[in-house]
Design a protein around this ligand. Structure first.
Ligand SMILES: NC(=O)c1ccc[n+]([C@@H]2O[C@H](COP(=O)([O-])OP(=O)(O)OC[C@H]3O[C@@H](n4cnc5c(N)ncnc54)[C@H](OP(=O)(O)O)[C@@H]3O)[C@@H](O)[C@H]2O)c1
Length: 317
């Protein structure tokens, strides 16, 4: 199947932006459905890319958006629930049901769905992982026979605008002396956003990928403590990283979960009880050599350290 125009949901986010540039380089036209057209209008400057307002998210309006697209890519996901409308069920499960229904009405035969490593409808350790697992299963089963589905299940993703290294960089700058770290021994295999975008791009019109669920990981496994120490060193800080035991990790999650923006929630704590590492990394199978954090992260954490240096200088004079 030759894909020439795709409709992307969640295309304005961290992964979405990387993917849109990658697809545009292949001459694929992207229609991005967003709730915030104005905020993301820079994306419309990419050749062949158009932004459409999400409007009411129901199967009929989605089908209208999908018209004349040969594939749909769903990247929508949230890490924390917000109020009664931004729920895991809405974003990860109900939206997938609507997307599959809309694909059928609009006669779209290809769907790429973004899930997460450890997503599991019945065994997932957190509401996030269970709802991602349910959505992934829906994508594969509801569209069966008429839609070719591929899903991707990455570990934590890094890249210039990630919410992992950048978040720890921000938090470390606020706690230059002692940094209390919950779940310090949780393990991750961070995967580069450019590799994730490449995997999606390669899968789009590759019939071997139909019906497959791919775990995506970087080349190395780290504990959370190692990743935070790495971030600290990149920033040139000297904070002492104090790993919290289970009781204090739970308490920290309960407390920080009450703060605006939930820097760390109890559901996040539950997700961290399972290592985010691949039994089988699909990147090499897709012909992609996984990128190491060393070759990318210093390039953007350097900006944080420069900012911190200027702040220190300002305080000193
Ligand atoms: N980043 C990671 O480390 C990581 C790891 C594993 C899996 N994933 C998965 O990868 C996907 C992309 O992640 P990301 O980091 O790029 O996320 P992101 O930066 O937060 O972007 C997600 C996008 O989804 C859209 N969205 C959010 N809630 C929505 C809702 N209720 N209804 C409709 N649209 C909604 C938003 O678009 P608008 O605001 O423009 O509408 C947003 O731009 C997600 O499915 C995530 O679960 C990410």
């Amino acid at each position: 199947m030759q894909v020439s125009r795709v409709c992307v949901l969640g295309g304005t986010g961290f992964v979405g932006r990387s993917l849109i540039y990658r697809l545009a380089a292949d001459g694929i036209r992207c229609r991005i459905i967003t709730r915030h057209v104005q905020r993301n209008r820079d994306l419309a400057l990419i050749p062949g890319t158009e932004l459409r307002s999400a409007g009411p998210l129901d199967a009929d309006s989605l089908a209208a958006q999908f018209a004349d697209c040969s594939a749909v890519i769903n990247l929508v996901g949230i890490l924390n629930e917000r109020g009664k409308t931004e729920t895991f069920r809405r974003a990860h499960v109900e939206l997938v049901e609507l997307i599959v229904k809309a694909c059928r009405s609009a006669d779209v035969k290809r769907l790429v769905h973004m899930s997460a490593l450890n997503a599991d409808q019945s065994q997932g350790g957190s509401d996030y992982l269970r709802s991602k697992g349910e959505g992934e299963n829906h994508a594969h089963t509801l569209g069966q026979a008429s839609i070719h589905v591929t899903s991707f299940r990455p570990s934590v993703i890094f890249g210039r605008h990630d919410s992992f290294f950048n978040r720890f960089a921000g938090l470390l700058s606020l706690a230059p002396m002692v940094f209390p770290l919950a779940c310090p021994e949780s393990r991750f295999a961070p995967v580069y956003v450019g590799d994730v975008a490449e995997a999606i791009a390669r899968s789009l019109d590759n019939a071997d990928c139909y019906g497959r669920r791919y775990d995506l990981c970087g080349p190395r496994t780290f504990t959370l403590r190692e990743l935070v120490l790495y971030t600290r060193d990149q920033l040139g800080l000297r904070s002492r990283i104090v790993g919290l035991g289970d009781g204090l990790s739970r308490l920290q999650a309960r407390v920080l979960g009450l703060l605006p923006g939930k820097p760390f929630s109890f559901d996040n704590y539950l997700s961290l009880q399972q290592d985010s590492v691949c039994a089988e990394n699909a990147l090499p199978d897709l012909g992609i050599r996984p990128t190491d954090i060393e070759s990318v992260v210093p390039g953007y954490l350097g900006q944080h350290s420069e900012r911190a240096r200027l702040q220190r200088l300002r305080k000193a004079y």
